[in-house]
Design a protein around this ligand. Structure first.
Ligand code: PRP
Ligand code: ZN
Ligand code: MG
Length: 223
C-alpha cells in the first residue's frame, strides 16, 4: 500500500450515526467536498478525507490501514475485537463521543418471565453479535445456542428460529413492535472515535493529534 499523507476517517454512510458524526466533524472545523459517488469526501482545509461505508466495515478498514480513524458504535468495535483478536488488539477507543447511545441487550417474548441468565440455559439466541453475546454467556455460565443473523434479528422468535434475541435497543420501539421485552443488558454503547492504539508517527499522526485536541474542546463545550 502506498503511504498516505492525508488522514482518512471512516464513518457510516447512512444510518443513525451519520448526521451527528458529520456535525461533530464540522464543529471540529473540518469541511468536505462530497464526491459524485458519495463514498469519498475530500477535505477542503485540513488534509483530512472521509470514507463513507457500512458501519460494520469500519473496524476492519482501520485494522487494515485503509483508514486511520473511524466513528463507529462501541458495539461494532468490540464485536470486531472479539471476532478478530489479533487485528483487534491494535485498535482502541480513543474517545467516547456522547451520541448514538444504545444498549446491546437480550430480549425475550413479552409474555415470558425472565428471572436471570440461567433461564437462557439450552435456549437458542439470535444475534448479529456472536462475539459479545458469547462472552456474556461465558461470564454468566450459560450454555446456549447462538444463532447468527446479519439483520432482522427481532423477527427470529416469531419465526421459531430462536427463543430470544440479543440486539441493539435504543428507543425500544423495535422490541415493542415485535412483542419482545428487554431482559438483560450485555453492553452499554455509544458512538466512539476508534483508531490504532499507537498513532502514526508521521504527518498523519500530527493531524490526528490536532483533531483529538479540537474534539476534546468541542466535547467539553457540549458537556
Ligand atoms: C438497530 C437494531 C434494532 C433497532 C433498535 O438497528 O438492530 O433493529 O436499531 O432501535 P429502537 O430501540 O430505537 O427501535 P439499526 O437500524 O440502527 O441498525 P442495523 O441496520 O445495523 O440493524
Ligand atoms: Zn450496521
Ligand atoms: Mg436493525
Amino acid at each position: 500500500m502506498k503511504p498516505r499523507d492525508r488522514l482518512r476517517i471512516a464513518m457510516q454512510k447512512s444510518g443513525r450515526l451519520t448526521e451527528p458524526a458529520q456535525e461533530l466533524l464540522a464543529r471540529c472545523g473540518l469541511k468536505f467536498r462530497q464526491s459524485r459517488d458519495k463514498l469519498f469526501c475530500f477535505g477542503e482545509g485540513e488534509p483530512v478525507d472521509l470514507l463513507l461505508v457500512r458501519d460494520d466495515d469500519i473496524p476492519g478498514l482501520i485494522a487494515e490501514g485503509v483508514c486511520d480513524l473511524g466513528i463507529v458504535g462501541r458495539n461494532v468495535l468490540n464485536e470486531f475485537q472479539f471476532a478478530n483478536p489479533e487485528a483487534g488488539a491494535g485498535l482502541d477507543e480513543l474517545r467516547p463521543l456522547g451520541f448514538g447511545s444504545c444498549r446491546l441487550s437480550i430480549a425475550v417474548p413479552q409474555d415470558e418471565a425472565y428471572d436471570g441468565p440461567a433461564q437462557l440455559q439450552g435456549r437458542a439466541i439470535a444475534t448479529s453479535y456472536p462475539g459479545l453475546l458469547g462472552e456474556w454467556l461465558r461470564v454468566n455460565n450459560v450454555d446456549a445456542k447462538v444463532v447468527f443473523l446479519a439483520g432482522s434479528v427481532e423477527i427470529a422468535p416469531r419465526l421459531g428460529t430462536a427463543d430470544a434475541i440479543c440486539d441493539l435497543v435504543s428507543s425500544g420501539a423495535t422490541l415493542v413492535a415485535n412483542q419482545l421485552r428487554e431482559a438483560a443488558v450485555v453492553v452499554e454503547s455509544e458512538a466512539v472515535l476508534a483508531g490504532h492504539r499507537v498513532l502514526p508517527s508521521d504527518e498523519r499522526g500530527e493531524i490526528a493529534e490536532l483533531l483529538l485536541r479540537r474534539l476534546d474542546g468541542v466535547i467539553q463545550v457540549r458537556d
